[in-house]
Design a binder for this molecule. Structure first.
Ligand code: ATP
Ligand code: MG
Length: 504
């Protein structure tokens, strides 16, 4: 979350203009409005204003009306009141209503700068605090999607364990949603208004992890210039997520065991014993019991953690969840990237269902974001927007290169890609490339684009022209199904390819 978008409400044109020019020069995005009504309209629903300058006396009300309307609203921007000399008292009233600061008219550029700096600093503090305590910004309102039997069972278990203080160990392959589940447990627990703190045990260096866990006192080691509070203390009253717990070294496992048993710790270099009230959730994508057998993980710690085990199932074992999860990512990324995508073509969905998803939901998420970015026009995700290996799944099973169009990557690999074409497709190209009129070649590649996709387009265009737009004849000529041809044409229509206009 950056501090960047500002609403300016003032009925005096000169003040609106001055503020707008000044703030725009500083690269803020500014929206000037002259009435309370316009300001309210801007602040409806899911707006993205970070700050607002509000005049007090306006033709259709007072700036305080806006303040009042925003009270208790979660994403309310910071408010800076603009007041005249005579209305100092109203400025005080505004502060009581939650205004952040005020500017006294007439104000100088320096004064604007000062309030801006104060507001930016405050905004930063709030953001850091939010991220540290709940990480709500990165997790947003994401919910665990899935209605397959294993996911239903997981939902039930998650819900029942959430309300207890039991330690939870979540296992499962990478990308199956272990971290998401841990967030869900915290937010359904009685600790939900307390901090949710995560330690990524795999990412922190061996030398720093102890201080990361328990904090340190000033001078505890070289570089410890200030004392620092550790993650256990930060999580006090709330939940601590030990992400990838299998990666902790044996010496630290011993220390961790003690905190889990006694619920007390000492900071590194400290002597005072600190009591902590923390609910522990641990995740692992390794088989922890195997690590115990291999002597890499302490057995006693394993049993301390494995109080309530949960397993996040692999996506390939619950393929029926794919359409639902895919649709949710489609919506999310269409909004994010300003696209109007609404659905998947049946062919594209079939490819998603065939894939085995070694990277699980994270892989699905990435594939969909990529497809959304590649789908510049149209409202449907087509196979061409999926990675090449997905399309090969179908090519392998159907033995034809023409049915599925190429990905944008193939566009960059001209001759090599064309040489992958199956013998059947090559025969087709050759057949059509020598029309009855005896021209040397019927295929003239526009703009010297030798990609397979371009060759395919040219071939289809040529056949359609040859058959005077009769799709049945054209598809017979190419030896592909009429449905394939129809899909291709609809794809070209979505892509805005004018040369096909007469055949749509
Ligand atoms: N059931 C689900 N519904 C919606 N989104 C999901 C689901 N499962 C996972 N995700 C999303 O997939 C991504 C990966 O999930 P998460 O980070 O929780 O996986 P993980 O199991 O912790 O993976 P790793 O072991 O690699 O850390 C996240 O963006 C998460 O929001
Ligand atoms: Mg994880």
């Amino acid at each position: 979350m950056r501090f960047e978008k500002i609403l300016v409400l003032d009925d005096e044109l000169i003040i609106r203009k001055t503020l707008q020019e000044f703030l725009s020069r500083k690269r803020y995005k500014v929206r000037p409005v002259a009435t309370v009504q316009e300001a309210m309209d801007q602040l409806q629903g899911d707006h993205d204003y970070d700050l607002m300058f509000l005049d007090v006396n306006l033709p259709d009300g007072e700036g305080t009306d806006v303040l009042e309307a925003m009270q208790g609203v979660e994403n309310a921007p910071l408010a800076i009141m603009i007041t005249g000399q005579g209305t100092i008292q109203s400025a005080v009233r505004c502060m009581k209503l939650g205004a952040f600061d005020y500017l006294l008219k007439p104000f100088s550029n320096d004064e604007i700068n000062i309030v801006l700096q104060k507001a930016a600093k405050f905004h930063r503090l709030v953001t850091v605090n939010q991220e540290l305590t709940s990480e709500t910004s990165s997790w947003g309102n994401r919910t665990i999607i899935g209605s397959s039997p294993p996911m239903k069972a997981l939902h039930d278990l998650t819900r029942s364990v959430a309300r207890t203080d039991a330690t939870v160990l979540i296992g499962g392959e990478t990308g199956t949603g272990k971290e998401l589940i841990s967030h869900a447990i915290h937010s359904e627990s009685l600790r939900r208004n307390k901090p949710f703190i995560k330690v990524n045990c795999a990412a922190i260096s061996e030398t720093l992890i102890e201080s990361e866990f328990f904090g340190h006192e000033k001078g505890a080691f070289t570089g410890a210039v200030q004392s620092r509070i550790g993650r256990f203390e930060l999580a006090d009253g709330g939940t601590l997520l030990l992400d990838e717990v299998s990666e902790i070294s044996l010496p630290l496992q011993a220390k961790l065991l003690r905190v889990l048993q006694e619920r007390e710790l000492e900071r590194v270099g400290g002597t005072k014993t600190i009591k902590v009230d923390v609910r522990i959730i641990a995740t692992t994508n390794r088989d922890l019991l195997q690590s115990v057998k291999d002597g890499e993980f302490r057995e006693d710690l394993y049993y301390r953690l494995n109080v309530f085990p949960l397993h996040a199932p692999a996506l390939r074992d619950r393929k029926e969840d794919i359409p639902l999860i895919a649709a949710s990512f489609l919506q999310e990324y269409s909004r994010k990237h300003g696209r109007k995508l609404e659905s998947f073509s049946p062919e594209a969905m079939e490819l998603l269902m065939r894939h085995t998803w070694p990277g699980n939901v994270r892989e699905l998420q990435n594939i969909i974001e990529r497809a959304v970015i590649l789908s510049v026009s149209g409202n449907t995700i087509v196979p061409a927007s999926l990675p090449l290996e997905f399309q090969q799944l179908v090519q392998d099973s159907e033995g034809t290169g023409i049915q599925q169009s190429t990905t944008p990557e193939t566009v960059k690999q001209p001759v090599a890609a064309a040489s992958n074409t199956s013998a059947k497709a090559e025969a087709n190209i050759a057949g059509v490339a020598k029309p009855a009129s005896g021209e040397a070649s019927g295929l003239v590649l526009a703009g010297e684009d030798f990609s397979l996709a371009a060759v395919e387009r040219q071939l289809i265009l040529k056949c359609l022209q040859e058959c005077k737009g009769n799709r049945t004849h054209a598809s017979e000529m190419m030896q592909v199904s009429i449905r394939t041809l129809r899909n291709k044409l609809s794809q070209y229509k979505d892509e805005g390819r004018a040369e096909f206009a007469e055949f749509f």
